[in-house]
Design a protein around this ligand. Structure first.
Ligand SMILES: Cc1cc2nc3c(=O)[nH]c(=O)nc-3n(C[C@H](O)[C@H](O)[C@H](O)COP(=O)(O)O)c2cc1C
Length: 339
C-alpha cells in the first residue's frame, strides 16, 4: 500500500516523467552532486542529478559510469550551457543512455535541445521569465524548473512564491513544472504541488546527507547556520555584471566585494579592458566552491547555501530525508500524521 497516497497522487505526472517513486529532485550541486549523493537520492526513490560543472567529457563519462554502478534507478545530468565542450558532453550522455539532461546557466545554445532529444533523452530547462519559459517549451524542452532567489548557488531576483504564482497557473495544466528554492520541509512541497507543480527540486536540504562527500567542516557550517546567514552576493559596480550567488557569509564573501571594488578601480583608470575585468571577477570565484566542499576551507571558500539552511541540523541518509519530506507533505494534505 502507498504510504503517501495524497502526495503521490499530486506527484503522479512528475513521477511518470522522471521514472521515479517520488517527484523529488536533488538539484545538481557542483562538487557535491557526484556518484555517492546522486545514487543515494535515486536509490531512495528520488531523482539524483550529476553536476557536470566544469568537468571534461572524459571525467563526465567516468562519473556517469560510476553512478550507474551504484544505482539501477533513473538519474539525470546537469550541463552548464556555456561549457565550451557542450556538444561533446551531450554525446557522452547519449553514449550512456542518460534519460534526462538538465540545461542550466543560461539560454540553451542553438541545436543543444535538438541534440539531446535526438538521442532519446528528455530535456529539463530553467527559465527566469514566463515568456522565456513558454518559448523554451514551444521549442522542444520537456519540463521546466522554476527556481526562486531563496535557493543556494547562482540565483535570480524573484522569490519562489511569486514565481510559483506567475508560472504554475499559466503552465501546469499542459507542462511538467518543478519548483525549487527555499523548500526545507514537506509542508512547503505540498503547497507547491497543490498549486499545480508536478514535483520539487531541493539542494540545500540534501547537501549534508550522510552520503554527500562534502567536507565535515562544510557540513558543520550548514548545521550552525540560520536562514539569515545565507546571503546573496552584491554587485558593487554597474559595469561589472555579477550573477548573484547565495552563500553563507564568511571572509570569502567579504573579500569578493572588495575584489569587485579593486577591479572597478582598475577599470576607472583604464588600465584593463572590460572583458578582462569581467574575467578577473569570474576567475576569483572559480574554485571557491571546491575549496569549501572538498578542502573544507570554510573561511575563504564559497559555502553556497539557500535560506532553508536553518532547517538542516544533522547528517541524515538521503532516503530518510526523502521519506520525511513525503510524511510531512502527507500530513499537511490531511493524510497520515508526520512522525
Ligand atoms: C552548494 C550548492 C551548489 C550548487 N551548484 C549548482 C550547479 O552547479 N548547477 C546548478 O544548476 N545549480 C546548482 N545549485 C542549485 C541547486 O541545484 C538547486 O536548484 C537549489 O539548491 C535549490 O534551492 P535550495 O537550495 O533552496 O534547496 C547549487 C546549490 C548549492 C546549495
Amino acid at each position: 500500500m502507498n504510504a503517501f497516497p495524497k502526495t503521490s497522487a499530486l506527484m503522479a505526472r512528475g513521477c511518470e516523467f522522471l521514472g521515479t517513486e517520488y517527484a523529488i529532485m536533488c538539484g545538481a550541486m557542483s562538487w557535491v552532486s557526484e556518484r555517492n549523493l546522486v545514487s543515494a537520492i535515486s536509490n531512495g526513490g528520488g531523482f539524483g542529478v550529476i553536476a557536470c560543472g566544469a568537468m571534461t567529457p572524459d571525467l563526465l563519462d567516468a562519473e556517469i559510469a560510476a553512478t550507474k554502478a551504484m544505482t539501477d534507478k533513473p538519474f539525470g545530468v546537469n550541463l552548464i550551457t556555456m561549457h565550451p565542450d557542450l556538444p561533446d558532453l551531450i554525446a557522452v550522455c547519449a553514449g550512456h543512455d542518460v534519460g534526462h539532461v538538465v540545461l542550466a546557466g543560461g539560454i540553451p545554445p542553438k541545436g543543444s535541445v535538438e541534440a539531446i532529444k535526438a538521442a532519446g533523452a528528455k530535456v529539463i530547462v530553467f527559465a527566469p521569465t514566463l515568456a522565456l519559459a513558454k518559448k523554451l517549451l514551444r521549442s522542444g524542452a520537456d519540463a521546466l524548473v522554476i527556481e526562486g532567489m531563496e535557493a543556494g548557488g547562482h540565483i535570480g531576483p524573484v522569490s519562489t512564491s511569486v514565481l510559483a504564482q506567475e508560472f504554475l497557473p499559466a503552465l501546469s495544466e499542459e507542462h511538467v513544472v518543478f519548483v525549487a528554492g527555499g523548500i526545507g520541509r514537506g509542508e512547503a512541497m505540498a503547497g507547491y504541488l497543490e498549486m499545480g507543480a508536478s514535483g520539487v527540486q531541493l539542494g540545500t536540504r540534501f547537501a549534508c546527507a550522510t552520503e554527500s562527500i562534502a567536507h565535515p567542516d562544510f557540513k558543520k557550517a550548514f548545521f550552525r547556520a540560520n536562514a539569515r546567514d545565507a546571503v546573496a552576493s552584491v554587485q558593487v559596480d554597474a559595469r561589472l555584471p555579477v550573477i548573484p550567488v547565495r552563500a553563507l557569509k564568511n571572509k570569502g564573501t567579504e573579500e569578493f566585494t572588495a575584489k569587485q571594488r579593486e577591479v572597478a578601480g582598475v577599470l576607472d583608470r583604464e588600465e584593463i579592458a572590460m572583458a578582462e575585468a569581467q574575467l578577473q571577477i569570474e576567475h576569483y570565484w572559480a574554485g571557491a566552491l571546491r575549496r569549501a566542499v572538498v578542502d573544507g576551507d570554510v573561511e575563504n571558500g564559497s559555502l553556497m547555501a539557500g535560506q532553508s539552511v536553518g532547517m538542516v541540523k544533522e547528517e541524515e541518509p538521503a532516503a530518510e530525508i526523502i521519506a520525511k519530506l513525503m510524511a510531512e507533505s502527507e500530513a499537511a494534505l490531511g493524510g497520515r500524521r508526520a512522525a
